[in-house]
Design a protein. Structure first.
Length: 94
């Protein structure tokens, strides 16, 4: 397991890499215009091999549930695979 911050395409950072890079813990800060802003996690259609692990908001950790609404400025931590990386980026960054 690697623990440095790695570029993760577009505006998403890879915080950890697992299984030789096939799975990653990624972080993205939602910007204005993000397709995910002001939407509940359950409505976003994340791929099955993706898990939203935590949302950092106003210096607090929010344990996400399906009904959690993402907001501009949220730091969203997501576990993704190589196969789901592009779809997750599209959902969170656009």
């Amino acid at each position: 397991m690697e623990s440095n911050v790695y570029p993760f395409k577009a505006n998403v950072d890879c915080l950890l890499s697992f299984e030789g890079g096939r799975a990653k813990l990624a972080e993205v800060t939602l910007a204005e215009g993000s397709p995910a802003a002001d939407r509940e996690i359950s409505t976003l259609g994340f791929p099955r091999d993706t898990t939203v692990v935590a949302v950092l908001r106003d210096e607090k950790v929010v344990v996400p549930r399906g009904a959690t609404t993402l907001r501009v400025g949220d730091e969203v931590l997501v576990l993704v695979t190589d196969e789901s990386e592009d779809a997750v980026r599209a959902l969170l960054v656009g």
